[in-house]
Design a binder for this molecule. Structure first.
Ligand code: CFM
Length: 537
């Protein structure tokens, strides 16, 4: 069953008028294919009273972009809860590099108390930095501000500068108080600005001697995704200069200016750096997607076309053929279990789109999709960026102004050749989620708990992919729920091996006998309550 305008009216009809008008703008019923994507409202404040799945700016900065950098110590300046709940839950895995430095499993916090809120927490923060340097010898340190830090006005920038002088390493102070912006997206932007300003290019190395040097942006190695991607890239012959930021290191990020191409996996969280790298160093970026078999192959072929080397192209085809021959028979087996089923694909800012291809490769159609906190360009494509109106919340996060580096800017590819490639591949381009949705499906921005339940009751999906905040509500409705943030202790799901593990996990969630013990509400409760006039109920 599809959702019609009338059905949608019934669902939203319980809201007060103002909320109804607001929420309707965040929902698109996909019409037949048109030239341009339908418009949706996104990246605006969630109305009070709505139970949203969104996180905060601190989560986006410390938890998402900065936290995975393994050779840095990341300090949470704030109450212990902010530190604890961003400790290890995101599953961004890391292995120590040659210098043996990996602090990703540690949790560093000033554990702010009432007295610190009253008298200020700067001294405590300075002391923590000194202790962390003495014990761990990190290559750099980050300080992430939580809400109380902004409220009491601790000058973390001054503490960081003084610590840099004491210790001779970079100490980056992120003003990413949780309340800044409308979601974690604000934190991504704050993190991007600082890494671009202070870390990337902060090295004397002028060029990379390896052929096919690339950076992988917006890949966070959740459940080991990045390692599977690295395996494939290495087999083909690429040299990964740095990964931002899954299993990434501060030392490698300093060299990011030396790469010949930037790959963008998660557009939402890192498109700012991708754009700035192009302006400053002349490095184009390619929108890739290593989730799903076809998307992985398409991405690899686009990369090979960019470098244009015959051997590289041939090697790419060999690896694709080798991998497909190995995994396709296994996928086909799992497909038998999944064929014909439907899914909701609601994740943060990229995966609501990225996973649809992989779902369809095991025979599952996505009937509802959306993002918690993405912007209109992630739905409608980058074309709309110039038309997006800035509101007070988005103006809160300044854009970093960069210019071409007079010494390091280098044209990496002839403009005419790039223009030709753009006709076939998404260089410096992202077309968003809506164009890929089928007619009659529904796109929902910032899906809330009430709407999740209502849309489940109407569409009866066989599986819902979402996160921990709604997982158990959904499972208590008798529907398997797959966390596509943390992968529920599993993964990797990226690349070729990841596709097999995903197919196995999704098949398992259908095959488990657990569901025999749960009856969804629509199977044993009437969906309509009516009163017959003059009669009994
Ligand atoms: Fe990018 Fe992410 Fe995502 Fe994201 Fe996230 Fe994540 Fe995500 Mo959870 S960076 S936007 S802020 S792909 S933590 S690894 S799964 S909401 S869809």
């Amino acid at each position: 069953m599809a959702i019609t305008e009338e059905k949608l009216g019934e669902v939203l009809g319980v809201y007060p008028e103002k909320v109804l008008v607001n929420r309707r703008r965040h929902i698109v019923l996909k019409e037949p294919d048109t030239e341009t994507a339908q418009q949706i409202e996104a990246n605006t404040r969630t109305l009070p009273g709505i139970i949203t799945n969104r996180g905060c700016a601190f989560a986006g900065c410390k938890g998402v972009v900065v936290g995975p950098i393994k050779d840095m110590v990341h300090i949470v300046h704030g109450p212990v809860g902010c530190a604890f709940y961003t400790w290890g839950t995101r599953r961004n895995k890391a292995k120590a590099g040659d210098d043996g430095k990996n602090y990703v499993n540690y949790c560093f916090t000033t554990d702010m108390q009432e007295s610190d809120v009253v008298f200020g927490g700067e001294k405590k923060l300075a002391k923590l930095i000194d202790e962390a340097v003495a014990i761990f010898h990190p290559n750099a340190i980050s300080i992430a501000a939580t809400c109380p830090v902004g409220l009491i006005g601790d000058d973390i920038g001054a503490v960081a500068r003084a610590a840099e002088e004491r210790h001779g390493i970079q100490v980056l102070a992120f003003q990413c108080e949780g309340y800044k912006g409308v979601s974690q997206s604000a934190g991504h932007h704050i993190a991007n600005n600082m890494l671009m300003d202070k870390v990337i290019g902060n090295s004397d190395v002028e060029k990379c001697d390896e052929p096919y040097a690339i950076n992988l942006l917006g890949e966070y190695n959740i459940g080991g995704d990045g390692w599977e991607i690295a395996r494939i890239l290495k087999d083909i012959g690429y040299h990964v200069v740095c990964v931002m930021t899954g299993d990434g290191s501060y030392e490698d990020m300093r060299l990011a200016h030396t790469a010949d191409l930037n790959l963008v996996q998660c557009h939402r969280s890192i498109n700012y750096i991708a754009e700035m790298l192009e302006i400053k160093y002349g490095t184009p970026w390619l929108k890739v997607n290593f989730i799903g078999i076809k998307s992985t192959c398409d991405s690899l072929r686009a990369m090979a076309a960019y470098f244009g080397n015959k051997d590289l192209m041939q090697k790419t085809e060999e690896i694709i053929a080798r991998e497909l021959a190995r995994i396709q028979p296994v996928i086909d087996q799992y497909r038998k279990v999944c064929e014909g089923k439907t899914a909701f694909c609601f994740v943060g800012g990229s995966r609501g789109h990225h996973y649809q291809g992989l779902f369809s490769e095991i025979g599952i159609e996505t009937v509802l999709a959306g993002y918690e906190f993405a912007h209109r360009d992630d739905y409608e494509g980058r074309l709309v960026i110039p038309t997006i109106k800035k509101d007070a919340d988005s103006k809160n996060i300044p854009d970093l102004h960069v210019e071409a580096d007079p010494k390091r800017f280098r044209i990496k590819i002839a403009p005419e050749r790039l223009a030709k490639l753009k006709e076939k591949f998404p260089f410096n381009e992202y077309k968003g989620l809506i164009v890929d949705m089928k007619e009659g499906t529904i796109v929902v921005d910032d899906l809330n708990h009430f709407e999740t339940e209502e849309f489940i009751k109407i569409l009866h999906p066989d599986i819902v992919s979402s996160g921990i905040k709604d997982k158990y509500v959904i499972q208590k409705m008798g529907i398997p729920s797959k966390q596509l943030h943390s992968y529920d202790y599993s993964g990797p799901y990226a690349g070729f091996n990841g596709a097999v593990i995903f197919a196995r996990d999704i098949s398992m969630s259908f095959a488990t006998p657990t569901w025999n013990y749960i009856v969804p509400p629509w199977k044993d409760q009437p969906l309509l309550n009516a009163t017959i006039n003059g009669g009994d109920q």
